[in-house]
Design a protein around this ligand. Structure first.
Ligand SMILES: [Fe+2]
Length: 160
């Protein structure tokens, strides 16, 4: 079978550069998804119900976005990474710890949202330089979501 040409107005190197950045975004997003879902299960204390529900809203949103990011990588002509070990090698976000108390869990997530946001900003810069408006749009939406999640977690701790 002959290989079909990818003609989207972006060069091969632009596409693979942006896809490489999106791969890091996907890995960070997967890691914070897993941690948020785990803390939804294990959070304890007087605020259990509201935190359990807040974390559910957040992990559901992040879960939905994983597919969008992976499929954007495919649309750019690259393969999406898959598998725990592969993702673990691509992210600096560590596994959650179910023994932590509620405050430490939220502190942990707030720090990780900062990591995700930093990765997304780097990817956004790269996508913008390449003129890849579709990736810029996706990353802008994901940045807005993670900034909002970090705000909600900070507010749950009584800080700004
Ligand atoms: Fe649940």
């Amino acid at each position: 079978m002959t290989a079909a040409k990818i003609d989207t107005g972006l060069s091969k190197s632009e596409r693979s550069n942006v896809a490489g950045e999106l791969t890091k975004v996907l890995a960070d997003s997967y890691a914070i998804y897993l941690k948020t879902h785990g803390y939804h299960w294990n959070v304890r204390g007087p605020e259990f119900f509201s935190l359990h529900n807040l974390l559910e809203q957040q992990y559901r949103d992040i879960w939905g976005a994983l597919d969008d990011v992976a499929e954007r990588i495919r649309a750019l002509g690259e393969l999406a990474p898959q598998g725990y070990a592969t993702f673990a090698n691509l992210t600096s976000i560590k596994d959650g710890d179910p023994e932590k108390d509620a405050q430490a869990m939220l502190d942990d997530l707030i720090r990780d949202h900062g990591t995700v946001i930093g990765t997304m900003r780097d990817a956004l810069t790269r996508a913008d330089e390449a003129g890849d408006d579709v990736s810029v749009d996706l990353l802008t939406q994901r940045l807005a979501a993670h900034e909002k999640f970090a705000w909600m977690l900070r507010s749950s701790l009584g800080s700004r």
